[in-house]
Design a protein around this ligand. Sequence first.
Ligand code: FEO
Length: 407
Amino acid sequence: MKKLKVADGIYMLTMNVEDILFEGIWDIANGVTLNSYIVKGDKTAIIDGVVGWDGAPENLYSSMEELGVDPKSIDYLIVNHMEPDHSGWIEDFRKIKDDFTIICTDKAAQLVTSFYGEDKIRIVKEGDTLDLGQGKVLSFHPVPNVHWPDTMYTYEQSTKTLFSCDMFAAFGSMKDHYFDDEMTPEEVEFFEFEGIRYYSNVMTTFTPSLRRAIDKARTLDISIVAPGHGPVYRANPQKIIDDYHRFSLYAQGSGKNQVAILWGSMYGMTKRAVEFVERILQREGVKYTKLEMPLNSESETVAQVFQSAAVIIGTPTYEYNMFPPVAAALSEIGRKKISGKVAFRFGSFGWSGGAEKELAEITEKYKMNWEFLESVEFQGSPKDEHFNQIEARVLELIEKMKEKVVE
Ligand code: FEO
C-alpha cells in the first residue's frame, strides 16, 4: 500500500488490485486502485476504506501507523458510498475500535446497518459540515444514483479538495505516478481509456444522475479531485470533470472518431466480410477496433463500443437467432443503456435466417434507439453483390458518424 500526502493534513493510502473480476463481472485487464483518504485535524476522519483484497485492511492499519495515525485514534468513518470495495472493512475495523461514528447519507445508513449491523451513524444532508479542528472542515453533498442511491461527495473546505469516490474514477493500476501533474503523455492516455472503461462498465446506466453530479461538482470551488479509484487531479481538476461530461455524451450516442466492429463467426463466412470491412476502413483512413466474440472480454467490448461514434456488427444466424456470443455482448451493451449509436449489421446464414429478428428484439427490449443502416445478409459465403452492398453501407456509415463525433 502506497502512502502519499495530498495536501496539508490530507493523506492518500492507495493499493493496486489485479486479477479480480470487479463487481464479480468485469475482467479488468489493467487492474484497479483502491484509494482511502485520511483527514487530520484535532479529530481524524478516514474517507472510504478498502475491502479485504491483498492483505487489506491489515495493511491499511499499518500504513496509517507509518503516517503517524493510530488507527484507534480515528473518530469518523466517512462513507461516501456503501459498495463494499469502499466499505467492506468496517466490520473488521469494529474489532479494533468501538467508539467511532459513521457519517453517510440516509440511504447509505440503511445499507450500512443491513450489511454490517452498524448503528452509530450520523446521517448528513446537503451542506452539512463536520469541523475536525485545525482548520479542517468537511462538508457533505449527496449525489444520488452515482451509481448507487446512497452516494455523496465529501469536500474539505480549507484545501478545496473534493473526495468524489466513484465519480471521476478510473480503472488501471498506478505504478510510479499518482497525481495528474506527474503523468507522462502515455499515462494520461492510459488513464483516459481506463476512465472510459470505468464509466462504461460501472456507471453508464445512471448517466442522467451522473450529469447532475457533474453539475454539482461545478458549483464547488475545487482545487483537488481525489477519487476512490485512479489518479488524483491537483494540477488541472477541471480536466477530469470535463472528461466525465464527455463520457456522458458517449453514453447517449456520441463518440470518438472511430468504429467498433463487434463480430463473431462460426466457420469463417462472416469473417470474410469483416476482413473486407477492415480493408475499406483502412482505405478510408478510419480508425477502428475489432471485438471478436466470445474471445474479447466484456469489459473491453463495452468500453470500446461506448467510446466509438459508430458500430459495425458482424454476426451469422445460429439456430434461428444471432450468434449467441454477439447477442450476449449486445444485450450487455443494451442493459448498460448505451444508446443512440449509428450502426450497421451484416452476416451469413445457412438453412434459415433469424439473426436480424433477434437484433431487433434486443435493441427494442433495451430501448437502445440505435440508428441502423439496412443490413446485408448472405447465404453461406458473401458474393460480389454482397461485398458491393457492404462497401456502400460502410461508406454511408462513415458519413453518418461524422455527426456523432465528440473528442
Ligand atoms: Fe468503487 Fe461503486 O464502488
